[in-house]
Write a protein of this length. Structure first.
Length: 213
């Protein structure tokens, strides 16, 4: 949550993040499929979302329909007509496709889950209690991000029956992702991309250097 940016209402933020949390179905379903089937499905979903974003921008009839359905949930930059911006839904699907394509399964699933869960905590806690800034976001939001990310890492460590080294690498990566989320504006990266990429890279690097135990 950017401290100085124009914001949707808090009620709309809760609704938007509720939809965001539904994206946790992506890693759950992915784990039931073989790798390339999952990637193909994600590519198709991403293409459909990009088409909807284009219609929102260039087709008046589609724009009126979409705004009547989800208008209150869209951020100011997503509503601009003079410049094309992707919606959060498209960025999430792009992030899912890249994350599952590039990183090992356990890291990819954790990285994407951190994106969904911790970004939600950061936004809701940051907007309610974020009075002190941290980089481009709020200190409260970034702390909520990191703490919830630790919980996500611990949950997937248990599910996958992984050693403690997985949690340690994930905890370090969670802090890196919290910093990347807070700095996403000045990095000129959508946080839906900055979070899983920073998490995945750091977790992978630390896991290579850290012996399993």
């Amino acid at each position: 949550m950017t401290v100085t940016s124009a914001q949707i209402t808090y009620a709309s933020e809760i609704a938007r993040k509720g939809i965001h949390l539904a994206s946790l179905l992506i890693p759950i379903i992915y784990l039931q499929l073989d790798h390339w089937t999952g990637i193909v499905i994600l590519c198709v979903m991403t293409a459909i979302s990009l088409l909807i974003d284009m219609l929102l921008h260039v087709h008046p009839g589609s724009r009126r329909l979409l705004l009547s359905l989800v208008g209150p949930l869209l951020r100011q930059h997503e509503l601009r007509e003079d410049r094309f911006h992707l919606t959060g839904a498209s960025w999430v699907l792009i992030a899912a496709t890249l994350t599952f394509l590039v990183f090992p399964t356990t890291i990819a699933v954790t990285a994407f889950s951190v994106l969904i869960v911790s970004d939600t905590f950061a936004a809701l806690i940051g907007r309610r209690y974020g009075h002190r800034e941290f980089i481009d976001k709020s200190l409260a939001g970034s702390m909520a991000f990191a703490l919830s990310a630790f919980g996500v890492v611990a949950a997937w460590q248990t599910v996958f029956s992984l050693p403690m080294s997985f949690f340690i690498a994930g905890a370090i990566a969670s802090v890196a992702a919290a910093i990347a989320e807070a700095a996403s504006s000045r990095l000129r990266l959508d946080d839906n991309i900055a979070i899983p990429c920073s998490y995945g890279i750091v977790h992978w690097l630390v896991s290579v250097l850290l012996p399993s135990f």
